[in-house]
Structure formats: structure tokens, C-alpha cells
Design a protein around this ligand. Structure first.
Ligand SMILES: Cc1ncc(COP(=O)(O)O)c(C=O)c1O
Ligand SMILES: N[C@@H](CCOP(=O)(O)O)C(=O)O
Length: 462
């Protein structure tokens, strides 16, 4: 499998090189040159596999340059840290199937890909006798998952920018209480969008990126998206076995568009997904885009689901590549237009195509809390606020005989304030969070300024 950039300036590179390149050197995002197509029989066989074996089969399709034995070991190590034997179990509650993606070390879906990516980076750096400085932006969950995947690894430093005071207290502590010497937490005076823009600008300076061997842990990195494709197949197999259904709907709480884009790839591979339901909070540029073709930038607002307080969704560019008929020049132009005007226009034909690919709903804070409350009253199950956004959209938009799978993207204990407001008590704390408030912390404040972050990197790079 070879990889190409959405902007047409990079092509023919291997999986390993794509993982190390992160952001494509022309500023675009990397995608496989072809998407493998699976038959009904293939999917049937895959749907019977346990998670690690399934991950091996799916990832192998895209990573032909990784020896099989090495890939197997990476997968075993990555999912050996999960506390549930099924890795991503599916539970059935009040008519919806909940795909629990929060049984990894930091209690969010990011662990599924970042445990794997951390081990993959280590393997590639040993193989090439190289060092790496990871630079990432987080609205709360990627940061802690990336730090957990990288801490203690040799020849890698990690620099994570989070928006100061805008993550949940537990999310912040999960990052700042990791005081290993190779971990650098930077609290940016701005929003997640500011932090992500700084990261992309720094990656865009290819000479600097190469000089400091910068690596990407955000869903900029294709390996992130790839590892997330696996659980769509897993959930489909489990739900099909329970219900005998031929198709399923997935409802996906969405911010940076990485998770739902993984579902889109799964569908392009042939997985019978009837509808991909894109659920946002009030930061709803993507829901407006799907529903009305209105892709225009708003101002980031704070919500009970802070990890999705995002306006500029990184992976939208990957979808745009397909919407614009895989024309790199057209994507480059569209991205430049968006930077200049803060909006993009789509033809009626394109809008119709988008509505074939997705349904969408924007769920506000009150509705989110009401969903947590109502679901808890009916089932005793406590949803985290991001999952609640997806459950609300799934209930409103799914229909007919087709089961709906809602992605449970985080454990409720990460968002105690929102849960308390909804159900009047704190969520139960998993053992990994016990005593977290009492641990020593390390974090530095930094302005939302690219040069300041570059200078910090230069001083602290390995
Ligand atoms: C808990 C949680 N749910 C949902 C999302 C949205 O996922 P994505 O950014 O891949 O759209 C995020 C992060 O963005 C998250 O941390
Ligand atoms: N919600 C994310 C935002 C970054 O998304 P990513 O998938 O591109 O890493 C977070 O928790 O940081």
C-alpha cells in the first residue's frame, strides 16, 4: 500500500514513511492511494475474530511494509493495557448498542489508536536508529492518551498543547501529573483551534520538522485513523451476531472528524454501514455542513462536552479529497479559500453527495445533560457528555429496523461536573483515577504564538 497527500504534492510513500511523516510535506493529509475492497465473505470472516486478530487483519491491509510478526507483537502490547477482555465491548441499553471505547489507560477512545501508535513509533525509531520529538494539540483526550502511549519510551520527547482552563479538571490532571522527563505539557492561552493551528504551522515548515524530527500523534497521522477503523468492523460483527441484521447505523460524537472519518473508510471498504450519523455539540460547523451545505467558521463556545469544542476539524480535508473527486489541486484551492474567507461553498450535487454519506445533528448543552439524565433513569447506565451527544443524535436520526451503534468515546468519570449536573451525583471513579488530585504536577503556560512554541521546542528537543 502506498500513500498520497490530499494536496497532490506527495505520493508513492510507504506506510512506515507515512507514519513518520505525519502531516504531508505539502501541508496536506496522507491517505492510502487505494482503499481495499472487502467482499461479504471477507467481512463475515472478519466479524468472527477477537479484537487483536481483527486489528491485525485490518491493519495488515494498509501496512504491507511492516513484518507480520512485528505487527502482531505491537498489537498484543497495545491492547494488553486495556482493562476489558473484549477491548471495545458492545453493550445493549434501552434500544441502542453502546460501543465502549474507554477501557484503555486514559479512559477515552484515543487509547485505542494511541497505545498502538506509541508502540509503532518506538519500533520504527529503533529500526531506523532515530530520535523523535512529538508535537500534538489536544482538547483534552488525545493529550493524555498520547502521553500514556509515549511516557517512558527511549529517544522520544512529547510536547502537548492544551487550551488553558478549557479541558475538564480530570483531563488536565491526567496530562499534568505525568512528570516523566520526556513529557512537556504546555497550557496555551487560547482555544484548541489555536493550538492545532500552531501545530500545523510548525509541521508545515518542513526544514524545521526534519531538523527536529517532529512526529504527529493527532489524527493528522494516518495510523490514528487506521487503528480506529478496526472497531467499526468489531462492533458490526458483534451487533450482527446479536440481531442478525444486514446493516447498522453508527452515531459518532464528532469534533476533529477523525473518528467518523474512520467509519467512512470502513464503509468504503465494504462494511455495511447504512448511515453514519455525525453528532456535534454547539460547535456545529460540521452538522451545518451536512444539513445545509453551510461550512462557515463560527466562534468556539464552551460546552459540557469540551473535547468537541472545535470549529476547524482537521480531517475534514480528507473527506474533501473524496468529495472533490481526489483532485489535489482543488483541495489545495479549497483549503486556501477557507483560510482566507472562513467559509466554503458546495454545489447542489456535492451537497446531495454529502447527505448520502452522513446524517447530522447538533445537540446543545441542555439536551446533552437531559440525555444523560433520561438514559440513567431508564437504565442506570451513566453516559459521558460526548457519548450523550451521540446517543441523542442516534435516537433522533436512526430509524427503521436497522440497529444503531453509538460510540461511547469517554468514561463519565472524566467529566464529573457535567455528570453531577445531570444526575445529581458523581460518576464512579475507576482505580486509575484514584488520588490523581494529590500527585505532583508539571505544566507551563505559553501564549498562543507559533514562535513561542518553536522556541520552547528548540530548547527542550531530544
Ligand atoms: C471524548 C471525545 N469524544 C468525541 C471526540 C470527537 O472525536 P473526533 O475528534 O475524532 O471527531 C473527541 C475528540 O475530539 C473526544 O475526546
Ligand atoms: N478531541 C481531541 C481533539 C484532537 O483530535 P485528534 O483526534 O486529531 O487528536 C482531543 O481530545 O484532543
Amino acid at each position: 500500500m502506498r500513500y498520497q497527500s490530499t494536496r497532490g504534492g506527495v505520493s508513492g510513500i510507504s506506510f512506515k514513511d507515512a507514519v513518520l511523516m505525519g502531516l504531508a510535506d505539502d501541508g496536506g493529509l496522507l491517505l492510502p492511494e487505494t482503499i481495499p475492497s472487502l467482499s461479504e465473505g471477507d467481512i463475515d470472516a472478519l466479524s468472527r475474530l477477537a479484537y487483536p486478530e481483527l486489528a491485525f487483519q485490518i491493519i495488515s491491509l494498509y501496512a504491507g511494509d511492516l513484518p507480520s510478526a512485528a505487527l502482531k507483537t505491537l498489537i498484543e502490547r497495545s491492547y494488553g493495557t486495556f482493562t476489558h477482555p473484549d477491548i471495545t465491548p458492545v453493550v445493549h441499553e434501552d434500544g441502542v448498542y453502546i460501543l465502549e471505547l474507554f477501557h484503555g489507560p486514559t479512559l477515552a477512545f484515543k487509547d485505542v489508536a494511541l497505545q498502538f501508535l506509541g508502540n509503532l513509533f518506538e519500533y520504527l525509531l529503533i529500526e531506523r536508529n532515530q530520535k523523535m520529538n512529538i508535537l500534538g494539540a489536544t482538547s483534552g483526550d488525545t493529550g493524555s492518551a498520547a502521553i500514556a502511549g509515549i511516557r517512558g519510551k527511549k529517544n522520544i520527547n512529547i510536547f502537548i498543547l492544551h487550551p488553558q482552563g478549557k479541558t475538564s479538571p480530570i483531563q488536565e490532571l491526567q496530562m499534568t501529573t505525568v512528570t516523566d522527563p520526556n513529557v512537556f505539557n504546555l497550557a496555551v492561552e487560547g482555544t484548541f483551534d489555536d493550538a492545532q493551528a500552531i501545530v500545523k504551522e510548525i509541521f508545515g515548515d518542513v526544514a524545521f520538522k526534519n531538523q527536529y524530527a517532529l512526529g504527529a500523534v493527532n489524527s493528522i497521522n494516518w495510523a490514528r485513523v487506521l487503528a480506529q477503523v478496526v472497531y467499526y468492523f468489531y462492533a458490526f460483527g458483534r451487533v450482527q451476531r446479536l440481531t442478525g441484521c444486514r446493516e447498522v447505523d453508527f452515531s459518532v460524537p464528532t469534533g476533529n472528524f477523525g473518528d467518523i472519518f474512520a467509519g467512512y473508510i470502513a464503509r468504503r471498504m465494504g462494511l455495511p454501514i447504512r448511515r453514519l450519523i455525525l453528532a456535534t455539540n454547539e460547535n456545529n460547523i460540521l452538522a451545518r455542513f451536512v444539513r445545509h451545505g453551510d461550512y462557515s467558521l463560527g466562534t468556539v463556545v464552551s460546552t459540557p462536552s469540551p473535547s468537541m469544542d472545535i470549529q476547524i476539524a482537521s480531517n475534514f480535508e480528507r473527506y474533501l479529497f473524496y468529495l472533490l473527486d481526489e483532485d489535489g489541486a482543488a483541495v489545495t484551492q479549497a483549503m486556501a479559500d477557507f483560510r482566507t474567507h472562513g467559509r466554503l461553498h458546495f454545489s447542489d450535487t456535492q451537497q446531495a453527495k454529502v447527505r448520502e454519506d452522513f446524517l447530522a445533528l447538533s445537540v446543545d448543552g441542555e439536551q446533552t445533560l437531559a440525555t444523560i439524565r433520561a438514559f440513567h433513569e431508564l437504565t442506570s447506565y451513566v453516559l459521558d457528555p460526548h457519548t450523550a451527544v451521540g446517543v441523542r443524535a442516534g435516537r433522533d436520526l436512526a430509524g427503521g429496523e436497522c440497529p444503531v451503534v453509538c460510540l461511547a468515546t469517554a468514561h463519565p468519570a472524566k467529566f464529573g461536573d457535567a455528570v453531577r449536573r445531570a444526575i445529581g451525583r458523581d460518576p464512579q471513579r475507576p482505580p486509575s483515577l484514584e488520588g490523581i488530585e494529590d500527585k505532583p504536577k508539571r505544566c507551563e503556560n505559553i501564549p498562543a504564538d507559533t514562535q513561542a512554541v518553536r522556541d520552547y521546542l528548540i530548547q527542550n528537543a531530544c
